[in-house]
Design a protein around this ligand. Structure first.
Ligand code: WT7
Length: 631
């Protein structure tokens, strides 16, 4: 495939991708290994939320990510595993070893009855075995559903049940800084409520020796010892399911986004090589967890399809100290470093001594993803980490888009801090006004939609196509709606301004306010709740909850703690409210709809102009809420 390497290339590629999208993607797809070539490149109907790419094509993504590299790079490191504890030795896994381990896990899965099309839930820490597990599913055609190992038993059970998973792959536990989390305990609690689960495979990580249920639970290592290191890759149709990945929805029920094999492979492979200008031999580190889409696409599938060396990091940025990232960059001579604004902001608070201690001269390219990066964080990243020599690619995309959509191309696009800049070739954005008309020209602001399909667009919400259609294809007729607001400046640069719906992004994690409200309502003292986001220095957005109790709380602090624990237990610690304000009522319209606009203003600490409150059922409640606002 031709990789854009100048602005003139970009313009040419972009124009071709709009004028002849099928030829454009067909040429890119030809650089992957197919068992059978497609008959038709694209069929689509956005009105019915239907998209198909590379129709009739047959392939297996693991042959592209592993087997095809064996001739040239069997002994090259595919994965560098940096353990959470810096005192432990890193593990280097070559492409040959990756092949063998993935095949072994594939055979273990098969021996436990997993077949093509079956769903497998993966709930594991950031260890190499997590990568093997994901790739093994793909190899045998099982659909992986990775659940971030910070989710609670209840959230895990919901996801397992929604997808009807047959098997769960997990570990006894995980290290989180100097703490240990008992994952197997959480899995046991979840699986009790999951009738579809027949088997659980458990990797030993923290030597906790949890109880094992005979006939259901199996030890990873024992099973691997029996497994063969060769396993033929299943022939998959381009449109067969590759994975389900849950993302928060505004109704409180998470959405199982479905991605298929062919288009996803082509899009993430192409964008990895284009955006990061990947050169053979380079070392790429994306700090996300594999439990999020960023990890799926840019720790595993994108880099491996390009034959790169990819880093899997088990630790956290702040333990044993704030220099952990920089130490690992020095240790592994990382060339490209891709992280989230929330991590940058939190490290920015610590002394630059933590950075200066380490040699970061291997770095060539920096990336940012997950939420808008504020200019201050951008400048700090540029100066202290990139030493003003590394371009920062601010990549905008979503779980639903599968891969990067709007982003600078490293060393090609002239950068503007806090701008995701231009759409990649093949991506056709539109900025829409509230009436649903496209706004043309530059120097404008509106809602971001996409006019034309791209190969890695999610195909549906698992088990609920109607919901998929309503959420993404009914706001603007004939277009995909992103849920984000954006600006397009005088030079045509895009700046993503944040969500315009009821999703908040806390430390780069996408959370639905309804989901948090439901969790808070589970506390027996709570009658009703409204949750909004508020600007938070480190997390980007924090969670602000307005809570009505049945009785006036006697000990507010104690109740706050209990509510936080409830949310932690039901969803996971990431969703814990930062601020909880007890109120006697909520600002509601006559039809009963909560006026979140007002609550958002209060949470932001800006009550000077709350707009029109006369349509409220009880306008006096606004005064009470404003007076009690938490600073
Ligand atoms: C939402 C998607 C992209 C994978 C990780 C998050 C926000 C993401 C950017 C960016 C501004 C961004 C958007 C988007 N977002 N990247 N570079 N600039 N906003 O995936 O959990 O599906 O969240 O993250 O609001 O809609 P996700």
């Amino acid at each position: 495939m031709e990789i854009v390497s100048t602005m003139a290339d970009y313009k040419r590629a972009y124009e071709q991708s709009v004028a002849h999208p099928e030829d454009f993607w067909s040429e890119i797809a030809s650089d992957f290994v197919w068992k059978r070539k497609w008959d038709k490149v694209l069929e689509w109907d956005f009105k019915n939320a239907e998209v198909k790419w590379f129709i009739g094509g047959k392939m297996n993504i693991t042959e592209n990510c592993i087997d095809r590299h064996l001739a040239e790079r069997a002994d090259q490191t595919a994965v560098i595993w940096e353990p959470g504890d810096p005192g432990q030795k890193a593990r280097m896994i070559t492409y040959q070893q990756l092949h063998d381990e993935v095949c072994k896990v594939s055979n273990v899965l098969k021996s436990h009855g997993v077949r093509k099309g079956d769903r497998v839930c993966i709930y594991m820490p950031m260890v190499p075995e997590l990568a093997y597990a994901v790739l093994a599913c793909a190899r045998i055609g099982a659909v992986h559903s990775v659940v971030f190992a910070g989710f609670s038993a209840g959230s895990l059970a919901d996801r397992i049940n929604d997808a009807g998973c047959k098997m769960v792959l997990t570990a006894d536990g995980a290290f989180r800084g100097d703490k240990k989390v008992d994952l197997k305990k959480i899995v046991d609690e979840a699986v009790d409520k999951c009738p579809s689960v027949e088997k659980v495979l458990m990797l030993e990580r923290i030597a906790s020796k949890p109880s094992m249920k005979a006939g259901r639970d199996f030890d990873w290592q024992e099973e691997m010892n029996k497994a063969d290191a060769n396993c033929k890759a299943e022939e998959m149709d381009a449109e067969d399911l590759l994975f389900i990945l849950y993302t928060s929805g505004s109704t409180g029920k998470p959405k199982g986004m479905v991605h298929t094999c062919g288009g996803y492979m082509v899009h993430v492979g192409y964008t990895f090589r284009t955006v990061f200008q990947y050169q053979p031999g380079q070392i790429f580190w994306c700090t996300a967890d594999i439990g999020w889409v960023t990890g799926h696409s840019y720790i595993l599938y994108g880099p491996l399809s390009a034959g790169a060396t990819t880093v899997i990091f088990e630790g956290i940025p702040s333990w044993p100290d704030q220099g952990r990232f920089w130490q690992a960059i020095e240790r592994h001579k990382v060339n490209t470093f891709y992280t989230a604004p929330t991590a940058i902001r939190s490290l920015q608070q610590s002394s630059v001594e933590f950075v200066e201690k380490y040699d970061l001269s291997s770095l060539k390219i920096l990336g940012s993803v997950g939420e808008p990066i504020n200019e201050e964080a951008w400048q700090w990243y540029n100066k202290n980490i990139g030493k003003e020599k590394c371009p920062i690619v601010d990549t905008w995309w979503q779980t639903e888009t599968g891969g990067i959509m709007i982003s600078p191309i490293a060393n090609v696009t002239k950068l503007k801090p806090a701008f995701a800049s231009f759409p990649l070739p093949g991506v056709q954005p539109a900025v829409m006004d509230e009436k649903g008309n496209e706004i043309s020209g530059n120097g404008i602001e509106g809602r971001l939609a996409i006019k034309f399909p791209w190969p890695s667009i999610a195909r549906t919400i698992y088990g609920n196509h109607q919901r998929f259609k309503e959420i993404y294809f009914s706001t603007f007729s004939g277009m995909y709606f992103t849920g984000d607001g954006c600006k397009r400046d005088d030079e045509g640069y895009y700046r993503i301004t944040g969500r315009v719906d009821d999703i908040i992004i806390v430390s780069g994690h996408n959370l639905g306010t309804a989901e948090i409200e439901n969790a808070i309502d589970e506390h027996k003292a709570v009658c009703e709740t409204a949750v909004v986001g508020f600007p938070h220095d480190i997390k980007g957005q924090g969670v602000y909850a307005f809570v009505i109790c049945y009785e006036k709380p006697k000990d507010e602090e104690k109740l706050r703690q209990e509510i936080r624990d409830t949310v932690s237990k039901i969803i996971g610690p990431i969703a814990k409210p930062d601020k909880i304000q007890f109120v006697s009522g909520l600002p509601k319209t006559r039809s009963g709809k909560i006026m979140r606009r007002i609550l958002r203003k209060v949470a932001e600490g800006d009550t000077s102009n709350l707009g029109d409150t006369t349509t409220l059922l009880d306008p006096t409640i606004v005064d009470e809420i404003t007076r009690g606002a938490l600073g």
